[in-house]
Design a protein around this ligand. Structure first.
Ligand code: ADP
Ligand code: MG
Length: 278
């Protein structure tokens, strides 16, 4: 099957997983926009290969947490590690007095970003590029992979997402579900160890939601990929996730395996949220 082989790099091998060390560690993460506290001293460890669903009301900080991991936002306080390496540097003794994060140098951030792929609600494909070019662009220009190798890999990934016959199409010629599957292939082409999905089916016509979820389901069977998914699809979260985290006002109010969280929520906030959405 190409499904799993397309995700692995036989030359580089798969990095050894250290079960004792989290793949991602958020520690004391706070983020405010003006007077609005969006993340409130949040701690979260994600194990290697763990599949985590993030649920909760709109505005509770789910997207912001993914965005700080993606370095699209900088937290005000706290630290983030990916496989033990800090994303930003904390000031050492005698460093910044305000406890703020010290910017890592651009090279370090670039290296760290390669670990993480993200797919958004809006597909954001390059409209003037074919499907194939959309998938090869970053591997060629960011990773410096040769064009032939990048294309071979893109074909495998497009086969994985069921779009091998659309290589020469432009985004505008595809349905929303097809565009979103290209966006997933494009993120995978960077060989990330962590994949983030932020409401990736929310902008889709109902009839194409299933084809995108099927791709994510297939990826979840790839045991080395760590996955975080913000979703309103509780049925899918239940099936996909090893752990579900319920966000409320910038904190994780409750978390646990899907059965516990969905069938036996302990917190009143979780119960009220589930009553409203289920
Ligand atoms: P969620 O994904 O759980 O719906 P978000 O993390 O997107 O929540 O947002 C949390 C809050 O932060 C929202 O009220 C949102 O409007 C606000 N917010 C997010 N990004 C910004 C920004 N760049 N500037 C100002 N406010 C923002
Ligand atoms: Mg959001």
């Amino acid at each position: 099957m190409t499904t799993t082989s397309a995700l692995r790099d036989p030359a580089a091998g798969t990095p050894a997983l250290d079960a004792a060390r989290p793949m991602i560690r958020f520690k004391g993460i706070s983020k405010a926009f003006g007077s609005l506290t969006v993340l409130d001293n949040l701690d979260l460890d994600i194990a290697p290969a763990e599949k985590v669903a993030l649920i909760g009301p709109s505005g509770s900080g789910k997207s912001t947490l993914l965005r700080v991991l993606m370095t699209l936002e900088r937290p005000d306080t706290g630290s983030i590690e990916i496989d033990g390496a800090p994303l930003w540097h904390m000031p050492g003794k005698g460093g910044a007095k305000n406890g703020g994060l010290v910017p890592a140098d651009a090279g370090h951030l670039r290296e760290m970003r390669k670990n993480v792929g993200m797919v958004f609600q809006q597909f954001n494909l390059f409209p003037h590029m074919t499907v194939l070019r959309n998938v090869t662009e970053a591997p060629v220009h960011v990773l410096g992979i040769g064009k032939d190798e990048a294309e071979a890999r893109a074909r495998d990934l497009l086969e994985l997402v069921g779009l091998r016959d659309k290589l020469g199409h432009y985004p505008a010629q595809l349905s929303g579900g097809q565009q979103q599957r290209v966006a997933i292939a494009r993120a995978l082409a960077m060989r990330p160890r962590v994949m983030l999905f932020d409401e990736v089916t929310s902008a889709l016509d109902p009839e194409t939601v299933g084809e995108v979820l099927n791709v994510i389901r297939k990826l979840a069977e790839e045991h080395n990929l760590t996955m975080l998914m913000v979703t309103h699809q509780m049925g899918f979260a239940r099936e996909f996730a090893d752990r579900v985290c319920f966000f409320y006002q910038g904190r994780i109010c409750e978390q646990g395996p899907p059965d516990q969280l969905f069938n036996h929520p302990r917190e009143e906030r979780t119960q009220a949220f589930l009553r409203a959405v289920l």
